[in-house]
Design a protein around this ligand. Structure first.
Ligand code: MG
Length: 220
């Protein structure tokens, strides 16, 4: 991973799930816990639950409602929030993410979270992991009505916080979102090598990736 030109960076934009928090919670929830509990609550087999859920997941991936707990609760006729609470013990920081956050805040960088997570998911996580104090703002894309994949998200973010993309760093584990940020002109972009601690390293295509947050703060 190349070292960052910190003197050229005054704003740090950070994703939450898979970037600061271990994506294992979300992957386990959507791929294991939800299908299992859906099967139990609706009295169908696990295989039938998968068959019903899979096309719905495919149809809504990458759209704002994908991240919306109200949407899924209505669609699946169960309380997604209650089911998430059942697995909340799996919510965890990625290694040294807090060290990184403390260092960039101490260095006087403007630190802003931008997440596609719904406000309900955000609060579920912030009640368990003390992230809020590191941030000037915690922005959910639901506030703007466009997910980060959409160019209009970036226009709305610019209008809201007024930042210089040429002097900004953005870290996100989702490659289409990094491409959307690059399109807007965000100069410094990093993916995440291992967003889910149980899945091993992933291919981050054309993007350099964070492997160890402690290396990123060298030269800060
Ligand atoms: Mg993410």
């Amino acid at each position: 991973m190349p070292s960052l030109p910190w003197s050229d960076i005054d704003t740090v934009l950070l994703d939450m799930d898979g970037t600061l928090l271990d994506l294992h919670f979300d992957n386990h929830f959507w791929l294991e816990h939800l299908p299992q509990r859906y099967a139990e609550l609706h009295g169908v087999s696990r295989a039938m639950a998968e068959m019903e859920l899979q096309p719905l997941f495919e149809r809504h991936a990458g759209q704002l409602q994908w991240y919306c707990l109200d949407f899924w609760s209505a669609e699946l006729k169960l309380s997604v929030r209650d089911l998430k609470l059942e697995t909340a013990h799996l919510i965890a920081l990625r290694p040294d993410a807090d060290t990184f956050l403390a260092a960039i805040k101490r260095a006087g960088k403007r630190v802003i979270m931008i997440t596609n997570a719904h406000r309900d998911s955000l609060s579920l996580k912030l009640e368990r992991i003390e992230l809020a104090p590191y941030f000037e703002r915690l922005i959910s894309s639901h506030d703007y009505g466009f997910p980060k994949e959409n160019p209009q998200f970036w226009d709305a973010l610019q209008a809201d916080i007024g930042f210089d993309p040429a002097r900004s760093l953005f870290i996100d584990d989702t490659l289409p979102i990094l491409r959307s940020a690059r399109e807007f002109g965000v100069a410094h972009l990093l993916a995440v090598k291992e967003p889910d601690s149980r899945k091993g390293p992933k291919d981050t295509a054309e993007f350099a990736a964070v492997e160890d947050y402690r290396n990123l703060i060298a030269g800060l």
